[in-house]
Ligand binder design. Structure first.
Ligand code: HEM
Length: 368
C-alpha cells in the first residue's frame, strides 16, 4: 500500500511539475498585447518542433492562430508574421526601431563583427566593404574567370556517372566561394567542408554550450576556421605578395578604402561563405530540377550556350560579354529564385515599441 502511495505521489508530483514547466514560458511572456500562440518549455521553447518540422511547423501554427503568432524559438521570444501589411512595414522601416535580429547561436558562430550582428554606422561600413568585393570590375576580371575555371573542373567527370545533384551543388557553392575568397587549393578540403557543415548546423541551434550540442560543435568549427584564416593572413602578410582574391582585396590597404581589422576580415569571410552556401546550392539544385521538368526551357538554354560556344575554341573561357549575352539563362536564374524561395524569411529585432495605423504592431485587433 505504502509503495502504491509513493508511486502515486511521485507521478502526481511529476504531472504538476511538467504542467508548471510547460506553462512557465506562457506566464513569463504573458505581456499584454502579444499575439496568440504557444511558447513551449522553458529555455527550449518550441525549438525542437520548429527544427524537426520545418515549414510544416509554421503552417500548423498559422492554421491555429492566423497570420501572426508568438512562439519561443532558438532561445528567444519570437513573433512570426505572415501578414503582408506588417511585413511591408518592417521591411520599409529598417533603422527606425528595427534592426537585424538573428539568433544568438548565429551571432556567436559567425562572429561579433559579422554584418548581421552590427547595426547603424558599423553595418553600413561592413555592407560597403562587402559590396566593394563584388563591383562590376571584380566580377568581370576576378570572379567570372575563376568560376569558369572551377566549373570546368567540377563538371569534368560527370559524364556517364550517376550524380547526386544536391551533394554536387553544395560542393560547388562551397568550393567556388572558397576559391573566390582565398584561392584555396588545400589538400584538407574534406576536413574544411566537414568543419563548415558543423558550423552551419550550429548557427540554427539552441545556444547551449555543452560538449554534445550542435551549438558547441558549431562553435568549435568556428575556432577552427578562425585559426585557419588567421594563419593564412599572417602567411600572406609575411610573404608581402598581394593575392587576387577577396581576402587579398580586404587586406590591401592601398586599393581598399574600407579598412578592416583582422578580426573583422575573418568574420566577414565566414559570413560570406555562410551566406552564399545554402542559398546558392539550393537555387542551383532547383534550377536543374526545373529545367529537367521543362524540356523546352532546357532546349532554349542549350541553344543559347551552344551559340556562344560555337564562336570559341573548347579551351576558351566564358567572358563578361558572353555572360551579358545570356538573356535566357539570366531569366531562368531569376525565375528559379522566384519559384524556389530558398530564403523563407528575414529576422528582425525591435528596439522600441512600434505602432502601425495608430495601434501597437502586436495588437491583435490590428491584424485581419
Ligand atoms: C540565391 C542566392 C541568394 C539569396 C536568395 C540570398 C538572399 C538574401 C536575403 C533574403 C537577404 C536579406 C536578409 C535580411 O535582410 O535579414 C540576404 C542578405 C545578405 N546576403 Fe544573400 N542571398 C543569396 C546569395 C548570397 C551570396 C552568394 C552572398 C555572398 C557573397 C550573400 C551575402 C549576403 C550578405 C552579406 C547579406 C547581408 C546584407 C546586409 O545585412 O546588408 N548572399 N541575402
Amino acid at each position: 500500500m505504502a509503495f502504491f502511495l509513493v508511486v502515486f505521489v511521485v507521478t502526481f508530483g511529476l504531472c504538476i511539475l511538467s504542467t508548471a514547466l510547460f506553462r512557465w514560458n506562457d506566464i513569463v511572456y504573458s505581456k499584454k498585447g502579444l499575439p496568440p500562440g504557444t511558447m513551449g518549455w522553458p529555455i527550449f521553447g518550441e525549438t525542437t518542433q520548429f527544427l524537426k518540422q520545418g515549414p510544416s511547423f509554421m503552417k500548423n501554427q498559422r492554421a491555429r492562430y492566423g497570420n501572426f503568432f508568438k512562439s519561443h524559438l532558438l532561445g528567444s521570444l519570437t513573433i512570426v508574421s505572415m501578414d503582408p501589411e506588417l511585413n511591408g512595414y518592417i521591411l520599409t522601416n529598417e533603422s527606425k526601431g528595427l534592426v537585424p535580429g538573428y539568433p544568438q547561436s548565429m551571432l556567436d558562430i559567425l562572429g561579433k563583427c559579422n554584418i548581421a550582428a552590427v547595426h547603424g554606422a558599423s553595418h553600413k561600413h561592413m555592407r560597403g566593404a562587402i559590396l566593394s568585393l563584388i563591383s562590376s570590375s571584380m566580377i568581370r576580371d576576378q570572379m567570372l574567370p575563376k568560376i569558369d575555371e572551377f566549373m570546368r573542373s567540377h563538371l569534368s567527370n560527370w559524364e556517364d556517372n550517376v550524380i547526386d545533384i544536391q551533394e554536387k551543388t553544395k560542393q560547388m557553392a562551397f568550393l567556388s566561394s572558397l576559391k573566390q575568397i582565398a584561392g584555396f587549393a588545400s589538400s584538407s578540403i574534406a576536413e574544411i567542408m566537414l568543419g563548415f557543415s558543423k558550423l552551419v548546423l550550429g548557427t540554427i541551434s539552441l545556444p547551449i554550450n555543452l560538449p554534445t550540442t550542435n551549438y558547441h560543435c558549431g562553435f568549435q568549427a568556428r575556432k577552427y576556421f578562425v585559426s585557419l584564416l588567421r594563419k593564412l593572413i599572417e602567411d600572406r602578410r609575411a610573404s608581402k605578395e598581394i593575392q587576387q582574391d577577396m581576402l587579398g582585396f580586404m587586406m590591401n590597404e592601398e586599393a581598399n578604402r574600407y579598412k578592416l581589422t583582422d578580426e573583422e576580415i575573418i568574420d566577414q569571410i565566414i559570413t560570406i561563405l555562410y551566406s552564399g552556401y545554402e542559398t546558392v546550392s539550393t537555387t542551383s539544385m532547383m534550377a536543374v530540377k526545373y529545367l529537367h521538368d521543362h524540356p523546352t526551357a532546357l532546349e532554349e538554354l542549350r541553344k543559347e550556350h551552344l551559340a556562344i560556344r560555337e564562336k570559341k575554341r573548347p579551351e576558351d573561357p566564358i567572358d563578361y560579354n558572353d555572360y551579358k549575352a545570356m538573356r535566357f539563362t539570366r531569366a531562368v536564374i531569376l525565375e528559379t529564385s522566384r519559384l524556389a524561395t530558398v530564403v523563407n524569411g528575414v529576422l528582425r529585432k525591435t528596439t522600441q515599441d512600434m505602432e502601425l495605423n495608430g495601434k501597437s504592431v502586436w495588437d491583435k485587433s490590428r491584424v485581419r
